[in-house]
Design a binder for this molecule. Sequence first.
Ligand SMILES: [Zn+2]
Length: 710
Amino acid sequence: MPHLDNSLVRLGFDAHTGMLTHLLDLEGEVVHVAPPDAPRALWKLTFHAGTDVQHVSAPGEDAAVSVEVKTDNAGTQIATLTWRGITLRNEKDALDVVVTVSLPKALAASEWRIRVANRSTRYGLSEVAFPWFNGWPEPNRYDLAVPWYNWGRNYKKVADKHQGEFSSYTWSMQFFVLSAGGRGISIAAHDSRQFYKKYVVDPGNETAMVLLVPNAGMPGTGLDETYPIVINTHAGGWFEGCKLFRSWAIKQPWTAKGPISQRSDVPRSLKDIGLWLISSYPSPGDKTTPKAWADEIIDAAHCYDVPVGVHIYQWHEIPFDNHYPEYFPTKPGFAEQVRRLVDAGIVAMPYINARLWDSQAKSYPGAIPSAAKDPAGVPYLEIYSPQSGRLVPMCTQTKLWQDTVVELCRRIIEEVGANAIYLDQVAAMPAAPCYDPTHGHTIGGGDHWHAGYRIMLNRIKDLIARTGREVVITTENPGDAHIDGCDAFLIWNPRADDEVPMMTAVYSGYALYFSSPHVTDQGLQSFVMAQGRDFIWGSQLGWMSPQLPQPCMEYLRTLGKCRVQTRKFLTYGELVGELVPISDPSKVKDAAEALAHPASVPTVSAVWPWWGQIKPGTLPAVMSSIWRAEDGHLGLFIVNLSEQERTFHCAYDPARYGLAGRTLTDAKLLYTPITTDGPGKSVQASGGVQLRTEKLPPRGVVIYEVAPES
Ligand SMILES: [Zn+2]
């Protein structure tokens, strides 16, 4: 039976059907696919002829199948799987499909590619599900980690269907990780052009990445080779899968401007922020005057005593989600109050939407040619609330839409005087796949949605550079497609306790996230859990009212001040791991043994409202993270999320994190505590695996900078 095998991974194929018979993680001794499992089909194609939709999956009708395996000079094993002459609805010899799978000599990462030749006189290829593992995985076997929502989520023993669209808040990086028993399998699209695509994991039914192909459904459309899908088996789970993706992602066009520390186009004012506020500008006749509105924000900034940003809504006369993009004129006095905020050192960030035109706006008729069109040539329509306008997503490739958003930014900078602009929906909402042939881009699928945004965002960056001012650009939800164009990402969704910091694991040091919105009426415990966890994962906290009640405000103030003291880690550094909870260190005989067998940590629960539902949230009572700064020093962050004193026994191996690039088996270390007031007195410690006991007061925060003793 044809197969690839490099002693790390074995991939087997059926010689008669080309289907996948074996997917074995030899290194971890994990069977993902093997008899008696049914072979997996590898691909499923969707064709369109107008409204006539047809599906073809491997091996296809009448296909002549061949499977060839060879080894190149570098020792890479390559399987070429060919299905020739497939019949499509009685049309003989309509399709050929070629899949190549290559497995390097000493890596567990295999690369999978597909090409489709379409000779049908009637049907155009519209979607390619590849790889398409039908019937896999079995339910309740794997944890599924998907980068979506705020940070990413890890679903234990996944049995439900999950799917999302890249790039949007439903799938913000082009990979996902399945894991079980301490081994992971990551499936990643190494697609530098960021083609619009979807993923689906539906245990018991299918797992796939689904590409909407360029010129989808047009007669004669097939698929030339695009980008590889990389399937990687590895130790660990979601975190290790994120680090594998990071090693590719930080060499891509969207990270080409370098880490945040080297980004001159990312304003210092943003990098320095300790906390965020959110506030709506008052209307004439409101109880709050414009001056009182600004006074409240300035007072809050003084109270928090850290650099503050404020996200400003309702500054325009048009109602929210209506008459976009007619944001001007502003409500009276807005520019004057923004000037006061900016003069007070505050990052003042008005809202606009960078994706929608209201079809009820006076200006809409002129925008119709530039709207994104569905396959029937009709503009899409989105409605967000009973009060919402009838909103139309605009094609990012059109000059009118690019000009419109750039001109809005110019006016917000020059006429309003703001030093930040929030562009709603850019990262949050998926492409509205545009089928308008007059726009000059490929029809339906392709890279045009993100490429259009890139043109728009680069023009905004150029505009800002010409003004000579520092202006922050942010958008909604995380989305790695926009890291080069947006300076920070608003992670505003209500918190869930199954979130894991996938975004930070991949892009810490390259992207900034802000906000930690949470209710204050469910008790301090609930608030502390949400804020403490977001803090150690690297969010710039806040995005809450300037009038936050006590004691929530004081806790947020503490974390904001800690953030400012630890920017070298949380703004510029990399999240590299967490401390391993252990049993009492005085009873540990072997440090390595202790690391391998983490102790359980008591949990703490509180109400975490979730989209209007009252739900419990449960987290470990003590959580931690380890960050590595650019100078190689480590930052240890430990938060007590409970309202009682805790003793936290923990361990970590500094050598694992390449502390200052030195072997630290015997090196002495210096622990410098960091508090709201800055660094404290350093204490020397022996090298090697570190066993520590931390006494944490209720809601306590303990931070150390760890450096080799010089
Ligand atoms: Zn278009």
